[in-house]
Ligand binder design. Structure first.
Ligand SMILES: [Zn+2]
Length: 325
């Protein structure tokens, strides 16, 4: 009955495995002993004796000895010798592979640093690979312009939280890929004329905390689309297509703590709307249309705000401090 033989077969398999393990252990210990003793006593042996031993082994191998043939004056069989040789080769190969992998990894990491003389494509590839390998949360591209194909690759870096691109143009089409980065918190794009279509894409990037687009091309409609970003705290924005209507758009992004507008002609009326935003802590306006009367009103009504006018503090600012320190 097959069911009754099964325990016997299991026991036989176990016995065979045990015998195999015992044989392997014996071979390993003998191999180590033989290797060390040959190494230690090689210098003590007469040259003639070495040659005799070698020629004896070679002769036995060259004769095509079978498992039953034993070399003269040798305590082990030819089969054992072949097994030891195979084991030694296995160890050597494993060690070589491990050393090779370590060597490749070490130099791959060292060679990944971009050089200024490299073409933009090569510099980007090195930055990209380093970021991919390190699973970094930040990528800062400067010194060479990005193009759409590079942006496509950036979109694959799903661990990115901070993306800074200082050169090259990211288009409204390409920014759709950036807006899909699942962890993106900080985005700075210099020189990129992001328009209303691009802002519409960015309004889907729910994790965005700091948006910095000093050279955008959006209108107030594009700014208003950011109201869906409930985590947005800081907004730095410059666009020739923005006017005082931007104030109304900004007040819809109620989560904002800091606003920096560059070259946007905000008037005293617009200033009053922005200053009344519930969570606003800092307001920086460069080249605005606010009058001295408007600033005086602001410092009187909202003395807690940190205000920069063209990157400096107003003389009448109660919170003025030295920015050189
Ligand atoms: Zn300040």
């Amino acid at each position: 009955m097959p069911l009754r033989r099964r325990p016997d077969a299991t026991i036989q398999v176990a016995i065979r495995v045990g015998m195999s393990l015992t044989a392997v252990r014996r071979d390993l210990s003998f191999l180590a002993h033989n290797f060390v003793s040959r190494f230690l006593h090689a210098c003590d042996r007469p040259m003639v004796s070495d040659q005799e031993v070698t020629s004896t082994v070679d002769d036995s191998v060259s004769r095509g000895d079978s498992d039953a043939v034993t070399a003269p004056n040798s305590p082990i069989s030819a089969r054992d010798r072949r097994r030891q040789t195979l084991l030694f080769l296995c160890f050597s190969t494993t060690l070589a592979v491990v050393a090779g992998l370590w060597w490749y990894d070490y130099f791959e990491t060292s060679a990944i640093i971009p050089e200024k003389g490299d073409p933009p494509g090569v510099r980007f590839e090195k930055l990209y690979q380093a970021n991919l390998k390190g699973n970094d949360s930040k990528l800062h591209i400067e010194g060479f312009p990005v193009d759409d194909s590079m942006v496509s690759q950036i979109a694959e870096l799903e661990s990115l939280e901070t993306l800074i691109i200082d050169e090259g143009i990211v288009t409204d089409e390409a920014i759709e890929l950036i807006a899909k980065l699942p962890k993106l918190r900080q985005l700075r794009l210099r020189l990129s004329p992001i328009g209303d279509a691009g802002f519409q894409q960015l309004s889907n990037c729910e994790s965005l905390w700091f948006l910095n687009l000093p050279h955008a091309a959006c209108t107030s409609g594009g700014v208003a689309s950011l109201k869906s970003l409930t985590k947005l705290r800081q907004l730095r924005l410059g666009s020739k297509n923005l006017d005082n209507r931007a104030a109304n758009a900004l007040t819809q992004i109620r989560s904002l703590r800091g606003i920096h507008l560059i070259g946007v002609p905000i008037t005293d009326e617009g200033l009053k709307k922005i200053a009344a935003m519930p969570y606003l802590e800092s307001l920086y306006l460069d080249d605005s249309a606010v009058t001295e009367a408007g600033w005086a009103w602001l410092f009187r009504e909202y003395p807690h705000l940190h205000v920069h006018i063209d990157q400096y503090h107003h003389d009448r600012d109660p919170k003025a401090h030295d920015h050189r320190n």
